[in-house]
Design a binder for this molecule. Structure first.
Ligand code: HEC
Length: 146
């Protein structure tokens, strides 16, 4: 019995030692290469300091992709499902007759109803990350199609 206990202890001790050896070799692997360190410090650097004057020519292209979305972009993503088909009684884009009585309410009412929702029209057409101004530009876009 005590022999068994000793063996048991030896196994546990051996496992611990092996475990520690395993750990220390893991830390070795976690050391970053010079390449990784450069990449990380570039990522952490404030954006303004990384942009060099010679790179400014390419800046507009970079800004275009992250800039504000156009009314058309948002329409195609968030509104077309209902407003192209007329689903649920939605006025159809490009069908002026569908919009006449709505436009007659005045543009500010149309904007407000698009932003806050009205009857079957969900608030912001469910584009919850759209700003009020973006929704207004989508309404303008829709009315331009008539
Ligand atoms: C889930 C379907 C659905 C989506 C998505 C949707 N709409 Fe609508 N929308 C409707 C329906 C239905 C109506 C008609 C509501 C009524 O008058 O009963 C409507 C009405 C409107 C009106 C007229 C409101 C008025 O005062 O008569 C505007 C403007 C409008 N939607 C804009 C948008 C815009 C902009 C988007 C995208 C950001 C959008 N909608 C997305 C269903 C939708």
């Amino acid at each position: 019995m005590s022999q068994l206990k000793k063996t048991g202890f030896a196994v546990v001790a051996l496992t611990l030692v092996l475990g520690l050896v395993g750990c220390s070799s893991d830390t070795e692997e976690l050391k970053l290469t010079a390449q990784q360190e450069t990449e990380i410090s570039e990522r952490l650097a404030p954006e303004g300091e990384v942009v060099l004057e010679k790179d400014v020519a390419s800046a507009p292209a970079a800004m275009a992709s992250s800039g504000p979305r156009s009314g058309e972009d948002i329409y195609n993503k968030s509104c077309t499902a209902c407003h192209s088909s007329g689903a649920g009684g939605a006025p159809k884009t490009g069908v002026a007759a569908d919009w006449e009585s709505r436009v007659a309410q005045g543009i500010d009412t149309l904007y407000a109803n698009a932003i806050n929702g009205v009857r079957g029209m969900p608030a912001k057409g469910l584009c919850m990350d759209c700003s009020d101004d973006e929704i207004k530009s989508v309404v303008d876009y829709i009315l331009e199609q008539n």
